[in-house]
Design a protein around this ligand. Structure first.
Ligand code: RIB
Length: 334
């Protein structure tokens, strides 16, 4: 394996000159640059990325920390982040925190050791102290989707509260007389905002009761268990708003197991707009988030911050969209 010294010797220059050619930093005349590049080709020299990164103070690598790698929502975020990072010459490291703070702390340590140039956090266990520490240490970060409760950093999310209201209003418009809500982990600001959006409308109805809400954990199994609990408490429920599509898929499975006809007996609405909501029968009405655009914008913001480009706006909030399908309105001809 050739080293940078072998290249310098063959090209008849110093190691520092080879380093300047590799890092495109400092002046090198054309003749010398050509000699160095010829030596690199002849020796098939590959720079050591870590050493190169330390030289230019950038690893050209960013990390995306997600709370649940098995949830397709985060896979779509990762898809966008990877696409955009590559266009700027950056690699992505995908980290799964399993919603655990100590795992997240290990990733922050990795960043502090400069193994990555910046982190996209899509988790809800990021502490304000961590955000403030990274800001004061000028360590680039962007919080994506689940914004910290306070602390100043770049935030990209969607309008969860408005989206929840849209879902409940749609169920009312479709004739529902008693609507339940399956909520996600309350540590996730997104889940909390959606629950608040549900209550903003539900509390005005004469059927409202806190027992019309159940925890579904943002996963399929949780959605199934929550539906069983809710129908046990309130057999006359005729509408359900699930705080994400995975819980809506679980709810649909449980309702069909219980012999319920969807949407005739119970109408169901999810949240996210992941592909899975389109492969069920009936397909699930959902509040779609612009997942790819959220991931793309957050990655662009992070790379601009890494490269020292000043960005005025800190908070970015995307609109969401109601996508009506067969779980709330019978398809024509079905
Ligand atoms: O499905 C996972 C949920 O967690 C999504 O709704 C997303 O907004 C995240 O907060």
């Amino acid at each position: 394996m050739s080293t940078i010294r072998d290249v310098a010797k063959l090209a008849g220059v110093s190691v520092a000159t080879v380093s300047r050619v590799l890092n495109k930093s400092g002046y090198v005349n054309k003749e010398t640059e050509r000699a160095v590049k010829e030596a690199i080709d002849l020796l098939q020299y590959v720079p050591n990325t870590v050493a190169r990164g330390l030289a230019i103070k950038r690893m050209e690598t960013i990390a995306l920390v997600v709370p649940d790698i098995s949830n397709p929502f985060f896979a779509e975020l990762g898809r966008a982040a990877e696409d955009i990072a590559r266009t700027y010459g950056y690699s992505i490291i995908l980290c799964n925190s399993d919603n655990e703070m100590d795992k997240e702390q290990s990733y922050i340590t990795m960043l502090k050791k400069r193994y990555v140039d910046g982190i996209l956090f899509a988790t809800s266990t990021l502490r304000t102290a961590d955000v403030n520490m990274m800001n004061s240490a000028n360590i680039p970060l962007v919080v994506l989707d689940r914004a910290p409760r306070e602390g100043t950093c770049y935030v990209v999310r969607s309008k969860n509260y408005d989206g929840a209201r849209l879902a409940v209003q749609h169920l009312l418009d479709e004739g529902c007389k008693k609507i339940a809500h399956i909520y996600g982990p309350q540590a996730a600001p997104t889940a909390m905002e959606r629950l608040q959006g549900y209550e903003a409308i539900a509390k005005e109805q004469n059927w409202y009761s806190p027992s019309l809400m159940a925890d579904g954990g943002f996963n399929i199994k949780g959605g199934m268990e929550a539906v069983a609990q809710l129908l046990e408490r309130h057999p006359d429920i005729d509408g359900i708003f699930a705080g994400n599509d995975l819980m809506a898929v679980g709810a649909l499975k449980q309702l069909q197991r219980m012999g319920k006809s969807i949407p005739d007996q119970i109408k169901l609405c999810g949240f996210d707009g992941i592909e899975l909501s389109q492969i069920t029968e009936p397909e699930i009405t959902t509040i779609a988030q612009p997942i790819y655009n959220m991931g793309a914008l957050a990655t662009r913001l992070l790379i601009k911050k890494i490269e020292g480009v000043q960005i005025e706006e800190q908070n970015y909030e995307f609109d969401v969209e109601l996508i009506v399908r067969g779980s709330t309105r019978r398809e024509r001809g079905s």
